[in-house]
Design a protein around this ligand. Sequence first.
Ligand code: UD1
Length: 326
Amino acid sequence: MSVLVTGGAGYIGSHMTHALLDRGDDVVVIDNLATGVRALVAERAIFVHGNAGDADLVGKVLKEHKVNAVIHFAGSVVVPDSVSDPLAYYGNNTQTSRNLIDACIKAGVDRFVFSSTAAVYGMPEVMPVVEASPTVPINPYGRSKLMTEWMLEDAARAHDFRYVALRYFNVAGADPKGRTGQSTPRATHLIKRACQAALGRVEALDIFGTDYPTKDGTGVRDYIHVSDLANAHVHALDHLEMGGEALTLNCGYGHGFSVREVVDTVSRVVGARVPTREVPRRAGDPAAVVADPTRLKQLFQWQPKHDNLDEIVKSAFAWERRLNSP
Ligand code: UD1
């Protein structure tokens, strides 16, 4: 199969590219390198430097490489940035997706996998979160992604076009073969920051809030290994190839770890203290967000292979150690 991966030079997209090549697919990556890293794109993939929202360029790429399916990762993911510059997020995420979907429909590419997020649920009241939970995002990032889900739903109703939208919980870890990892400069994710603190590359890890109604007062999240997440996309492609219907699915393991548990795990696994500093809650952070992944497991027979926080941390740390910049 020939697959176009938008954002293939980014964290999750670069893992996806390897997963597809590993199983024998042909891959074309399109990435504008705004946050992506050219060196992370697998050598065997064809690389196109450009914008996934450039409908003319995408149209040409789809035709020239006889693309059968698109996996769309390109976009912006920093929640506080989305609050300070919302229109950039509606541009990079929503508008880019609109143009890309349009280009696919015009080119007759009818299979589309979309990188959505647990942020569409906002502050979920019932845990674990099922797909039917209310979607009430609390920031422009979540809204920009939810709007794309709506466009997909409408486009699938109107055209010969099917999609799977995967709502990611907290993605972490790195390729077990060490080929790629989270390389975004100024990353804000907990596990990456904790690894940087253990390496002495940041002074201390800020613990955002110790007064949440959780087991130890710190925020609880469902951390999923990036390779298991990439594998869920492979299942989504197979589902669409077999003529499967449009779906929206949670991607998580179904259990949560607190910030303190993550910090303790990083210290133990890497054998170094993680210096911490307790600070007030970060604005807009829910207390706990844990997925109910039942539908993903049942519909795709998806079996996670790395559902183990020690393993997630080990791979993230191994990658972090190889990077020079904080
Ligand atoms: C958020 C989004 C998620 C998005 C991700 C990408 C929501 C609900 N989730 O995840 O959809 O894909 O950002 O950027 O909007 N923490 C610390 N210290 C740190 C960093 C984090 O204590 O230095 C805590 C946070 O308060 C939180 C947990 O660690 O409780 C995880 O935070 P983080 O890794 O930033 O991800 P989310 O905010 O959960």
